[in-house]
Design a protein around this ligand. Structure first.
Ligand code: NAD
Ligand code: 3PG
Length: 465
């Protein structure tokens, strides 16, 4: 019988839990675990399943990707104090929503500005999104937005309702239609700011409607470039892109802070707008400086079509505001939730990282038969990897394959360790504790095929499992 001893600092963690863990052999390991209790808290925690906490309404098609026998899905009304992963849409995630047991967070969608990503990075938690999964839905609404901004459709519909209520619809329709004239898209210029998944498709399809396309994206990817119409005029600044455009579609992420995109469509950029330009914002409300936009709308015939309400703009006569409908189609909801679920399953079961917004892409070939997979999250500082390999060598544990990747301040490792000559789990638990407690290591996992087990964290120098 082995007893892991460690100090228990905070009150929250002062409830020792005795836990039996079975792995390669019938070996009972007793840990003094904290209240977060990956192995314990047996009343609330279903042994042998990954617990997935969801926020917002997630498509059942996506949730059905989680096999019932290995995953326990808990929506936001259910307790999930030991969640292993979180799946969400636009819910504004607070740190208090994230139990210490959480290994990963997936956004069923593109924008991750509702998640405190830098803090999650500090906590060693990869945040994923679903690039492109809802892009077609948004592109279709941008095209719709251009038509709404051109043909006074909303005013016309409202007018007909009002005439109908007065019993005058048939009598007045032909006479009143002159009030709602518009213009065509064909031959007009569309400037697309941000040529990623949504922007590139918008550019392509708008061109096929007969529009001239300008574009601006300093980070244009090869994949997106291949989707662009070959007649596109690529500008080298946002101001140059919007100058002379009849329609401007912004399709860039909202990023707070220095070098971010808060209010990027401000006085400077707007001063280059044509007086009757239509701005389409299906990205995020905070990208547009409301005061500068109001000034523009007050002074000319320009229009603003947006998926996001802003205090100064929602009620302006030249705006059309929708209730964040961009990704609200059955197809997009199914695709985004399915991609998010697959990403989480892949990460929890193999340690693979793809489509993370804060962790490096990391993939190791399949775990060889009989091997145990370790994953380690650590600060990206010199010496940690060497200490890790020393710890394996000291236990005579052979590394079969490994990968070490870094992104900014964080590093991530996946290592497959041979179990030859080690037929019980103790050497692995011992080495996991040693590695977890190396200065700079944030968390470790041992993946050996048992859902929900094998996670350890170094929280301010205290070992938690
Ligand atoms: N309305 C909705 O329901 C809805 C749905 C999906 C996405 N969105 C929003 O749209 C954004 C874009 O989505 P996407 O799927 O096309 O993302 P994406 O990552 O595929 O594309 C974003 C593009 O913007 C470019 N970019 C970043 N900063 C820029 C800048 N300052 N100037 C010009 N280009 C810049 C990037 O290089 C990238 O090519 C998301 O971040 C999200 O906020 C809204
Ligand atoms: O960034 C996104 O993907 C969209 O804004 C979609 O948000 P939703 O999932 O809340 O509709």
């Amino acid at each position: 019988m082995i007893l892991s001893k460690f100090a228990l600092k905070s009150k929250q963690f002062q409830q020792p839990v005795r836990v039996a863990m079975r792995a390669f052999a019938d070996v009972e390991v007793e840990h003094l675990a904290g209240k977060w209790a990956t192995y314990g808290d047996l009343e609330n925690y279903k042994q042998g399943k990954y617990q997935i906490k969801t926020f917002n309404k997630i498509s059942p098609v996506g949730l059905s990707r989680f096999p019932d026998d290995e995953y326990d899905i808990r929506d936001q009304d259910k307790e999930a104090a030991n969640a292993h992963a979180i799946l969400l849409r636009s819910h504004k995630l607070q740190e208090s929503d994230v139990p210490q047991t959480v290994r990963a967070i997936a956004r069923c969608g593109a924008g991750t500005n509702n998640i405190p990503v830098p803090r999650m990075t500090e906590l060693g938690i990869p945040v994923f999104n679903t690039p492109g999964a809802n892009a077609n839905a948004v592109k279709e609404l941008v095209l719709c937005g251009m038509l709404l901004g051109s043909r006074r459709i909303v005013d016309g519909v409202n007018h007909m309702k009002s005439l109908g209520e007065q019993g005058l619809a048939r009598e007045r329709v032909e006479k009143d239609k002159a009030m709602f004239g518009g213009r065509e898209l064909k031959g007009k210029t569309l400037a697309v700011i941000g040529l990623g998944h949504i922007g590139s498709m918008t550019a392509r399809d708008a061109e096929s409607l007969g529009m001239k396309i300008k574009g601006y994206d300093p980070g244009l990817s090869v994949g997106s470039a291949l989707k662009l119409p070959n007649t596109i005029d690529l500008a080298d600044s946002m101001a140059a892109a919007v100058a002379g455009a009849d329609y401007i579609s912004i399709n860039i992420p909202y990023i707070k802070g220095e070098n971010g995109t808060h209010g990027i469509i401000g006085k400077d950029v707007i001063s280059h707008f044509s007086p009757d330009a239509v701005l389409l914002n299906f990205a995020r409300g905070e990208l547009v400086d409301s005061e500068a936009m109001k000034e523009f709308l007050d002074s000319g015939n320009g229009r603003y079509v947006s998926d996001f309400p802003e205090d100064l703009l929602w009620n302006h006569e030249n705006t059309i505001i929708l209730p964040h409908l961009g990704a609200s189609t059955e197809e997009a909801e199914d695709a985004a939730a399915s991609m998010a679920a697959d990403t989480i399953i892949n990460f929890l079961e193999t340690g693979t990282i793809v489509n993370s917004v804060n962790f490096p892409n990391t993939s190791l070939p399949d775990r060889p038969e009989g091997a145990v997979r370790f994953t380690v999250v650590n600060s990206n500082v010199p010496g940690v990897l060497a200490k890790m390999t020393e710890a394996f060598a000291a236990e005579k544990l052979n590394i079969l394959q490994q990968i070490n990747q870094s992104r900014g301040d964080i590093a991530y490792n996946v290592l497959d360790i041979s179990t030859e000559g080690h037929d019980d789990v103790l050497s692995f638990k011992g080495v996991q504790e040693k590695i977890t407690m190396i200065d700079g290591v944030v968390s470790t996992r041992i993946i050996y095929g048992t859902p929900g087990k094998g996670y350890a964290k170094n929280i301010e120098g205290v070992y938690f499992i």
